[in-house]
Design a protein. Sequence first.
Length: 366
Amino acid sequence: MVRTISFARGAPSLDIVDVDGLRAAADQAFTSDPGGMAAYGTAVGYTPLREWIAERHQVSPKQVLVTNGSMQADAFLFDGLVDAGDTVVVERPTYDRTLLSLRNRGADVRMVELEPDGIDTEALARLLADGARPKLAHIIPNFQNPAGYTLSEAKRQRLLALAREHGFTIFEDDPYVALRFEGESLPTMLSMDPAVVVYASSFSKTVCPGIRVGYLVGPEELIAKIVKIATSTYISPNMVAQAIVNQFCRSGRIDSSIETVRQALRERAQTLCQALSEYLPDASFVAPQGGYFIWVDLPEGADVSALFNAAADRGVQFVKGSDFLLEGGESSLRLAYSGVTPEEIEEGVRRLADAYAAVGAPAHAA
Ligand SMILES: Cc1ncc(COP(=O)(O)O)c(C=O)c1O
């Protein structure tokens, strides 16, 4: 039996999780605040962590809600803002769980093309000029899931101007921001214009996903409204996990954890790009500047569904591009390099190329 190599899951491999640091943070947290950890706490989250996050973003703690992972933050935000029939703009392609969550709420989802420097803001401007009245635009600005692309500063400004002019909220979904491995960091849209932005981020990619701690930053009144939804949903989020994250952050351990993750991801991304160029020359992609993902386009007519099965037969997994779209994407795929070592990447791409050869490249491909 060949060992499966998974490019499917957007999750880190265990070797880049600081388990010892987490154990130490848990010990410190239980020692310093057993009462705070053992109690229900409040729906806003563990107060010291809420304050740490507020300071990082230069906002008032009242603008912060700490949740069980940022998926929970997304769900609360959609519960608070999105009713059936409301128009919501998303990127094309976008994170499949967001897409599902919006569709389950009966939102009128409008996908706007994603380019290597972010959402096509002129296409969005045309959509708005044609009468679309979105409540929300969901944007993943850094190292986007699934494409790995990053929104340029000029487009951040343009998006904010469109939001102000047309009265919609930008939902800046930013779990990968700390994982830049080359180039300049760009300002968050939250810092550029907090009046029209609700921001979410997470400790899943910088600490570990199992800890399930994420957060939302937004205008005080909106956060107060969402706190009510949180209270009636679960009384309060997981105080034990949040107190551990709080110690992990305040001790500075998070900085070394981020450095470890960044270095490993940089190497993995480079290995993946090289292996694709070498073994799968039909693949076109943009090398990411950070994060977990590469989006691969195969020549038009390539059957990624057949490739998916042929790859599975060879012990390789990925996610089909069509999972991130409402329609189309049949010749694209997403590869996550976060959970695989460079050796596995090399071997995985060889198997993928073998699967591609077996299903047959489209007739007009090089
Ligand atoms: C864009 C985006 N938003 C939200 C999430 C959810 O993250 P969390 O683990 O904090 O719930 C993910 C996870 O992969 C993601 O890619």
